[in-house]
Design a protein around this ligand. Structure first.
Ligand code: ADP
Length: 366
């Protein structure tokens, strides 16, 4: 069915709305029919995509996609997703009239009449500047990770020497020192072990390189495996861990395991005096999976909620063991799948960690 552009007379309000939409410069807005043929235009199309009305209307919207995406049937898939779920949102390169590329944040909405899809509206916003600054941020983070890698690697050898001589002293001269010297030596060894764990964490963080081998992974299975092998046994703190329907995603299974392991371990480590309750959920949001891991633990004050994702930022002292790298690794993993990670937390009530992952269509049983 084609889009009916309408022939009933406009009210004054409709006319005002239409004029505002037409004049909107920062957003490209247009209507397409069910074959993808463009039926109208606003002036934002001129700003973002360089077309005039006559050049634009009547063309197929597929021509705005780059050849790789056209080959992967992205225009058809967008229409199918919007028809099925109401809308399809994504951020991708598009082509301007002169063939140059523009990075666009776009959403395609299905237009329904009597329960039937009669067309779609597309809203686009130029996200090139944001894309460039994110790229620069990623580059500087990669430089930092490389630096951390070199430092951590070079610290290993002197630490190994210090640790083995401290062990030798403790073994060979046990009982020959006075009591305080034995205690001091025990502190030296404990410090060396902590530093070893920190260096191992830094190497793990800095060696993280891209997605690696992806497979279809059931998040339900991953959570089950992580819960079965927790570092803090559930029984020790009477924890209750629950999860709903979790999806199957295309990702590296080791990454997903590491992600859930860090989050669930943290939820148990940073528990309050109440028995921990941890709940893991997934919902489809804007064509991506939004996963949440909620706890009823200590919570995090608002001023620290961004910092905790940076390497080596800890809000707790040595009374709770940790290297301050777990969440930094989680964020790197999520971002390698073009996802986002953040936390919502109320001190004294608990925290919910959120992250997004790309969508496939299957669901795995709880
Ligand atoms: P680590 O746990 O090894 O210190 P993370 O990077 O996993 O490092 O976490 C960074 C900091 O964020 C922790 O030291 C802790 O202060 C805080 N944190 C992490 N998860 C939680 C949580 N679920 N509840 C309260 N605080 C948390």
């Amino acid at each position: 069915m084609k889009v009916d552009t309408g022939s009933t007379p406009e009210t004054a309000l409709e006319r005002l709305y239409r004029l505002q939409v037409e004049e909107l410069q920062d957003y490209a807005l247009f209507l397409i029919d069910t074959d993808g043929v463009i039926a109208n235009w606003n002036s934002g199309v001129g700003t973002i995509l360089q077309y005039t009305r006559t050049e634009f209307v009547g063309k197929n919207f597929a021509q705005l996609f780059v050849p790789e995406d056209r080959k992967a049937r992205a225009p058809e898939n967008e229409m199918l997703t919007a028809a099925r779920y109401g809308k399809s949102a994504d951020v991708r390169w598009h082509l301007r009239k002169d063939g140059s590329r523009v990075f666009v944040d776009g959403t395609l909405y299905a237009v329904r009449e009597n329960d039937e899809v009669v067309g779609f509206t597309k809203i686009m916003r130029d996200a090139t500047a944001r894309h460039e600054s994110e790229k620069a941020l990623r580059r500087s983070r990669d430089d930092l990770a490389e630096f951390a890698h070199v430092v951590a690697h070079d610290l290993q050898a002197p630490l190994r020497t210090m640790k083995s001589y401290a062990q030798l002293l403790a073994k060979r001269y046990r009982g020959q020192f006075d009591e305080s010297a034995d205690t001091f030596l025990a502190f030296v060894l404990e410090g060396a072990n902590n530093m070893e764990a920190l260096i191992a964490g830094l190497l793990n963080y800095s060696e993280f390189g891209g997605k690696g081998a992806a497979a279809s992974v059931s998040l339900g299975d991953v959570v089950e495996a992580v819960v079965a092998a927790l570092r803090i046994p559930k029984e020790e703190c009477a924890a209750q861990i629950t999860w709903g329907d979790l999806p199957v995603v295309e990702a590296n299974p080791t990454h997903l395991r590491q992600l859930f392991q860090n989050l669930i371990d943290n939820a148990l480590k940073y528990r309050s005096s109440r028995p921990p309750e941890i709940d893991i959920r997934a919902e489809l949001k804007e064509n991506q999976w939004l996963i949440s891991v909620a706890d009823n633990g200590l919570g995090i004050a608002p001023e620290y909620q961004q910092q905790i994702f940076l390497p080596l930022r800890r809000l707790h002292g040595p009374e709770i063991a940790g290297s301050g790298l777990g969440l930094a690794v989680c964020k790197r993993i999520v971002e390698s799948y073009e996802g986002r990670m953040w936390v919502h937390s109320i001190p004294g009530q608990g925290s919910t960690f959120y992250f997004t992952l790309p969508r496939t269509n299957k669901l795995s049983a709880p």
